[in-house]
Design a protein around this ligand. Structure first.
Ligand SMILES: NC(=O)c1ccc[n+]([C@@H]2O[C@H](COP(=O)([O-])OP(=O)(O)OC[C@H]3O[C@@H](n4cnc5c(N)ncnc54)[C@H](OP(=O)(O)O)[C@@H]3O)[C@@H](O)[C@H]2O)c1
Length: 259
């Protein structure tokens, strides 16, 4: 067997269908591209049409099959409608990536109920609802991959973690609950844990060169993360190669969490 054939058996996503929330920007965009280039048909869900269209166009130009659904995942109705629309494009997903997230960062004493609720709605409720919609069917078909994107703030407080850290900690617990339920039926559920990645989400921090340099120094690799750094881990977790990896939190952070 040649090495290309061996690598395809392990990692190819040919024939798979993926749904990536937040796939129009930053880490989600990097993951969408990786899954699509590995062979999956990818449906991207986010709100802004222009960014969605640009991402789909970029992926199509690479020869990939991609589509978009514009939806607000911070309401339960929005999640339900998005799920049906997304499943209507290529079919029921084999791979679900929950990457859409919000980080509001008010000081703890000023954290309002509204900020708490909207954080939980997008960062935790949407992944739960999408899991309930697609997880049981994946289990019935005997194959599925659910990948949640959490944060180092699931593990420690960092720059006003507030509701955000709580939502990400709970998301890692959700991954374990889902893994317990569905892994006996071929569905693995894991989380990728970024460190500091230069994306629109953390524009305020990433526009301060001193802070950017200080954060890079806290890694073991000496630099901050890029969306492309998630490609290999995402393809691995989406592929058959990761069949015996489930319920895990995998840090893709240049060693930030162990330094
Ligand atoms: N960047 C970092 O350093 C870092 C570190 C740790 C964890 N993370 C996590 O990684 C994930 C991606 O972050 P990122 O830095 O790549 O952020 P980003 O570039 O701001 O992308 C966020 C994505 O989520 C979508 N989104 C936001 N609100 C939404 C809503 N209500 N409904 C549907 N889609 C929505 C955005 O599209 P629209 O605005 O068009 O809806 C966009 O596609 C998040 O879960 C974040 O918590 C990031």
């Amino acid at each position: 067997m040649d090495s290309q054939h061996y690598l395809s058996e392990l990692f190819s996503l040919e024939g798979r269908i993926a749904l990536v929330t937040g796939g129009s920007s930053g880490i989600g965009r990097g993951i969408s591209e990786a899954l699509a280039r590995a062979g999956a048909r990818v449906v991207i869900v986010a709100r802004k049409e222009a960014e969605l269209a640009a991402t789909v166009e970029e992926l199509s130009a690479l020869g990939c099959r991609a589509a978009r659904v514009s939806a607000d995942l911070s309401t339960r109705t929005g999640v339900r409608e998005a799920a049906e629309q997304a499943a209507g494009v290529f079919g029921e997903p084999d791979i679900l990536v929950n990457c859409a997230g919000v980080n509001l960062r008010p000081p703890m004493s000023e954290l309002s109920e509204e900020a708490w609720d909207s954080t939980m709605a997008l960062n935790l409720d949407a992944p739960f609802l999408l899991g309930q919609r697609f997880g049981p069917a994946m289990a019935e078909r005997g194959f599925g991959r659910i990948i949640h994107i959490t944060s180092q703030q699931a593990h420690r407080a960092f720059v006003q973690s507030g509701a955000y850290g709580v939502s990400k900690g709970a998301l890692e617990s959700l991954a374990r609950s889902q893994a317990e339920a569905w892994s006996p039926h071929g569905v693995t559920v894991n989380t990728l844990v970024p460190g500091f990645v230069m994306t629109p989400l953390n524009q305020r921090l990433s526009s301060d060169p001193d802070k950017v340099a200080a954060l890079a120094a806290r890694t073991l690799t000496g630099r901050n993360g890029l969306a492309a750094d998630f490609a290999g881990a995402a393809v691995f977790l989406a592929s058959t190669a990761s069949a015996y990896v489930t319920g895990q939190s995998i840090h893709v952070d240049g060693g930030f969490s162990v330094h």
